[in-house]
Design a binder for this molecule. Structure first.
Ligand code: 2NE
Length: 270
């Protein structure tokens, strides 16, 4: 698989293979822990993926084969949060989680090695997770003085159930790939040397599907869980579909032509 660079960043790699974009945290020396800059770069890459009509699916991963991501980089954690070069304690990882959830294209976590802490939450919020057999999962917040009470708690509980989610957070144990599969935390486990090949094969299957259908499904899954924000997202997609119709265009054209719209020609579907 030959990945072509899309844009150079400092702390991530951002590449493409046909309609597949790959966003990979490139800090293997710290098990791909993220800083405010890493998160900012991932947000920028995600937004580029959203805008690019040739991209249909996104892989989120980490470099090196030993870690997907180990969460927030504890060495830049200061008073009030993780401090970036702008000296502000602002990590923005919750914003990144929201983008992963709402970007209207499937996002697949490709997990080799550690998916821990805030790194674990990143794979949880992805649409699908494919794990290598060396993957290890867990939360560490209560060990290091942190927690994620948003998607990291409530959505995790939707995925693995309330009891298991509370166990994961209250005990901070680590779980291997098979245990993760058994609790529905990942979709598939494969040998490490087959991880990328399998993930790309899943991406190719997805790329053959109707993009609008996938878009509507993703926002439909979110709508059930995300309250008003989820309904807003689903409704935004309904508006997009409506704008594509002749009926909606008649409204716009009548306004521009300073005439009454003629909606009589459009069927009133049963
Ligand atoms: C992941 C784990 C269990 C791996 O252990 P091991 O023994 O395989 O590796 P080691 O030696 O701990 O790590 C290798 C190097 O990476 C650094 C380590 O300090 C070490 O550096 P050197 O000693 O070689 O210089 N490293 C690993 N994780 C790091 C991190 N997150 N920040 C900075 N440096 C890190 C083990 O490494 C581990 O437990 N890591 C910490 C996991 C963690 O607690 N993450 C933060 C959770 S809180 C969070 O992410 C968060 C949140 O809860 C809410 C909002 C936003 C973020």
């Amino acid at each position: 698989i030959s990945w072509t660079p899309i844009k150079e960043f400092k702390e991530i790699l951002f590449t493409q293979f046909g309609g597949i974009a790959k966003i990979s945290i490139n800090r293997p020396q710290v098990h791909n822990a993220f800083t405010p800059l890493t998160v900012q770069e991932m947000i920028e890459a995600m937004r580029m993926c959203q805008d690019r009509t040739d991209i249909g699916v996104i892989i989120l991963t980490g470099e090196g084969g030993r870690a997907f991501c180990s969460g927030g980089d504890q060495s830049v954690r200061g008073h009030g949060g993780y401090v970036g070069e702008d000296t502000l304690p602002r990590l923005n990882v919750l914003e990144l989680q929201k983008i992963i959830r709402s970007i209207p294209k499937p996002v697949i976590a490709m997990v080799a090695g550690w998916a821990i802490g805030g790194g674990h939450v990143l794979h949880v919020v992805c649409d699908l997770s494919i794990a290598a057999d060396n993957a290890r999962f867990g939360q560490t917040g209560p060990n290091v003085g942190s927690f994620d009470g948003g998607f990291g708690a409530s959505y995790l509980a939707r995925v693995v159930g309330q009891k298991k989610a509370r166990e994961i957070w209250f005990l901070c144990d680590q779980y291997d790939a098979q245990e993760a599969l058994d609790m529905g935390l990942v979709n598939k486990v494969v040998p490490l040397d087959k991880l990328e090949e399998t993930t790309v094969a899943w991406c190719h299957k997805i790329l053959q599907k109707s993009p609008l259908s996938l878009r509507m499904l993703k926002s439909s899954f979110n709508a059930e869980l995300d309250g008003q924000a989820g309904i807003q997202e689903l409704a935004g997609n309904a508006t997009l579909l409506y704008y594509l119709s002749d009926e909606a265009k008649e409204g716009r054209e009548a306004f521009m032509e300073k005439r009454q719209p003629d909606f009589s020609k459009f069927p009133k579907f049963p």
